[in-house]
Ligand binder design. Structure first.
Ligand SMILES: [Zn+2]
Length: 90
């Protein structure tokens, strides 16, 4: 009565339900307290400015280079500039 594709779908559905049921049971067993709002998690990401164009970018988009006794953090647009100056990538 079920085609092969429908069977696979059905098995997938059952697996998904089983997995979420297991997760629910595990969560109950552990009885982990809910996340307490510390207020710090919602703080906006502090942005750093690129050493070359001074554009504010998220820290993870900065690439750091060292050279001439200082460290510069550059955005991806200025990265070729830093590489042209043969700075050492950190
Ligand atoms: Zn830049």
């Amino acid at each position: 009565m079920f085609g092969d594709q429908e069977k696979i779908l059905l098995y997938g559905l059952i697996l998904m339900i089983a997995a979420s049921a297991v997760r629910l049971v595990l969560r109950k067993k552990r009885n982990r307290p809910q996340h307490i709002h510390s207020g710090r998690s919602k703080r906006p990401l502090s942005k750093q400015s690129c050493s070359y164009c001074k554009k504010k970018v998220p820290p993870k988009e900065l690439t750091f280079y060292s050279g001439r006794g200082r460290v510069v953090g550059v955005c991806k647009l200025c990265r070729p500039q830093a590489e042209r100056q043969a700075l050492l990538r950190l």
